[in-house]
Design a protein around this ligand. Sequence first.
Ligand code: BES
Ligand code: ZN
Ligand code: ZN
Length: 496
Amino acid sequence: MRFEITTGDPNKIKIDLLVLWLFEGVKTQNQLINSVIDEEKFIAKSGEILLVHTHGKLPAKKILVVGLGKKQDFSLESVRKATGKVVNCANKINTKTIIAPLIADVDAKECAQAMAEGAILASYKFEKYKTKDIKHETLNIEKFTIIEKNAEKIKSARYGLTLGEIMAHATCYARDLVNEPPAALTPKIFANHAKELVVEAPDYTISVETFDKTQLAKMGAGAILAIAQGSVEEPYLIHLRYAPVTNPKFENLNPKRIALVGKGVTFDSGGLSLKPDHHMYDMKFDMAGGAAVMGVFSVLGRLKPDMEIHGIIPAVENLPSGTSIKPGDVVKSLSGKTIEIVNTDAEGRVILADALEYAKRQKPDAIIDLATLTGAVMVALGERIAGLMSNNENLLNKIRAAADSAGERVWPLPLVDGYEDEIKSDVADVTNTHKTRYGGVILGGLFLKEFVDPQTPWVHLDIAGPVYNAKPWAPYHPKGATGFGVRTILNYILNQ
Ligand code: BES
Ligand code: ZN
Ligand code: ZN
């Protein structure tokens, strides 16, 4: 699908499909359409669509009237959803070209960005392992043209379109990694994908260092090694670094430095604390935090932010075997703190302990971690909302705002004093599980907090719910991986 932005009157252009956005209670300027709308009792509720064949009475062959709901409920998320719906419908009726105007009274840049995001994210399919019966629906739409009468708006719309394409492609890149079967995305393959992101450009560099088992042992990353020891797949700590090339004359010589940390369990069987099969089935997505970090890095060269960004992914496979870590074992993490393993299925926090210590050593101004850490976050917030925890209210608010404008839902949970006893161990500094059944999301966050410098603003996103859809739930949220987190982090980076 190619995008184009042009100026002109959409009603005068010959095209397969013209989109007509409509708020509830508003009439169009076209009598023919108005009469069909009345006949069909079309109310323009959000998500409602009506396909009208014009039979030569108008230059467009078909008009797709798309409901945007009530004006007072409108947000950019309505644009993403509505454009996703347009694309899904166009694919069904085998349309090659679409024209859609910018929505009146919506900021041109933001509208074009949301339209591009909705269209690309809704077209996403993961079909590389199908050998027959592939419909290739996604290839049907060749051109999506955004049109605007007012030529003055075209420039900012064009900028929004580019941004939307970048955001959506980064998200699809993360989706692809998550959707890969676990055998096709082992820690080693994950590390190799990171190496593909390396770039040396005149104005920025992306470099990567990967630490294998021997190097991790030398470093003292006992927590990552402990979780990986049951698998024949060796662990890797992936460290990506984006840095702008600073010009001593003009540029900020001390750019802000942030660290993004992503849980990278390429398959979580639970280890010796084995998961039941129905809980194990989707556990290839347990590296979705790491995939989100990779998604961000995949487009940094196009966005060129003026800050240093570290991407840190501990990549392991959590399997039971004769060499697995056992409940009762004590491991020494990179920070020197010891962890008693009580349940081998609470592996994410253990590998993140080392990753957060490694992040600390990069001396960042802020740390953001993304992890499919607990099932408890889904009990608390359901499948569509991520838990947001932090030691710094300012950073928490920034991430919350970034998520809101991406249409990714997050909700704050408190990292309160008073629950620490739950993660105290009789034999080590901390235990990786808690005795209570309650408050598992917060206790996961409190465990991670033990490995973060209290002076460094840090945010923990427990993304276990929204990273993977057992069933599609909105036009641009298909089944499988969602790429959750990528657009939130990119917004945060762009807003600095
Ligand atoms: N990867 C899981 C968390 C998870 C569960 C994500 C379900 C998505 C859906 C994590 O490693 C895990 O198993 N956590 C345990 C922790 C418990 C043993 C303290 C959990 O949530 O049950
Ligand atoms: Zn687990
Ligand atoms: Zn896990």
